[in-house]
Ligand binder design. Structure first.
Ligand code: ATR
Length: 274
């Protein structure tokens, strides 16, 4: 029997932690698979993915900047959560061919529930950002029974466009001071530029959990601000990364790996890289 092949397609992709995560999942579950980084040229995502599957590959994760192109490539063969996201980060092969999924939102939900130690049902969530990352997580967040999601974005019109059902509300930054949100999630790319978002400090201080979808060796500027404002708990997106990988593994193999040990190893790897 040949080893099943998987990979992550991106540009750049050299720093992806996905091979380490999936190799650990494979060892833990006793599944024989190989998972590698696949660098696609910026204008060559489809050719790269097609070659991989033509040569017998079983599944890919898709990362920056190809998730929207992957969604278009999969056409009608996408899951409901990928359609809601308008993006595909996981492609699998079934009896009828390739199909696209999106496991990012499920990864965030799993990680938030783990960190809170309870379900999100009845909670009020503040989502910062209205780009691809924010859109990608809205559908799974809404399935948890959250009471409401307030969306704040620098370009307010984009928040309004995302707020397409009653529990979603586009809000301006000026209007949220003094409000209590259970969870605040940063889905902007501001941390990438090392920029801290300026939020009313009581919003951060009142939150049970302040979460940044970005991660790194050091706390992101946003989490640094949240800690200074007295947030009850803060977390970066490393847990989401591991949980979306576990969900992808489940999509491909029908087995759900445990994530604690993998998360701890990655955290140690990141800290050693400081
Ligand atoms: P992604 O796919 O990572 O979400 P994107 O679609 O380019 O990337 O969206 C980036 C998000 O981060 C947007 O919500 C953007 O706000 P605008 O829509 O107003 O551009 C937000 N963002 C990026 N840098 C920011 C900053 N310095 N302050 C506030 N928001 C920022």
């Amino acid at each position: 029997m040949t080893t099943d092949r998987y990979g992550v397609v991106g540009h750049p992709v050299a720093h992806s932690l996905s091979p380490q995560i999936h190799t650990a999942f494979a060892q833990q579950t006793g599944i024989d698979l190989q998972y590698r980084r696949i660098l696609a040229p910026l204008d060559g995502f489809i050719a790269t993915a097609e070659t991989f599957f033509d040569e017998g590959g079983r599944g890919i994760n898709v990362t920056v900047p190809f998730k929207i192109e992957a969604f278009a490539w999969c056409g009608e063969r996408v899951t409901a959560r990928a359609r809601r996201a308008g993006a595909v980060n996981c492609v699998a092969v079934d009896a009828e061919g390739l199909h696209g999924d999106n496991t990012d939102g499920a990864g965030l939900v799993d990680d938030l529930q783990r960190l809170l130690g309870r379900s999100l049902a009845g909670s009020r969530l503040l989502l910062l950002g209205a780009g691809g990352a924010a859109r990608g997580v809205l559908g799974p967040l809404l399935t948890t029974g959250l009471r409401s999601i307030a969306i704040v974005n620098r370009d307010h019109a984009k928040a309004v466009a995302l707020a397409d059902e009653p529990r979603l509300e586009a809000r301006s930054l000026d209007s949220i001071g003094g409000e209590a949100f259970d969870v605040v999630v940063n889905a902007t790319s501001a941390s990438l530029g090392g920029v801290a978002l300026t939020l009313p400090s009581d919003v951060l201080g009142n939150a049970r959990l302040v979460y940044d979808m970005m991660y790194g060796a050091e706390p992101t500027p946003f989490l640094f601000e949240a800690e200074r404002a007295g947030a009850h708990a803060t977390a970066d997106g490393l847990g989401m990364l591991v949980e979306q990988a576990a969900e992808s593994f489940f999509v491909w193999r029908g087995v759900r790996p445990r994530t604690e040990a993998v998360r701890a190893t990655l955290r140690a790897t990141l800290q050693a890289s400081r």
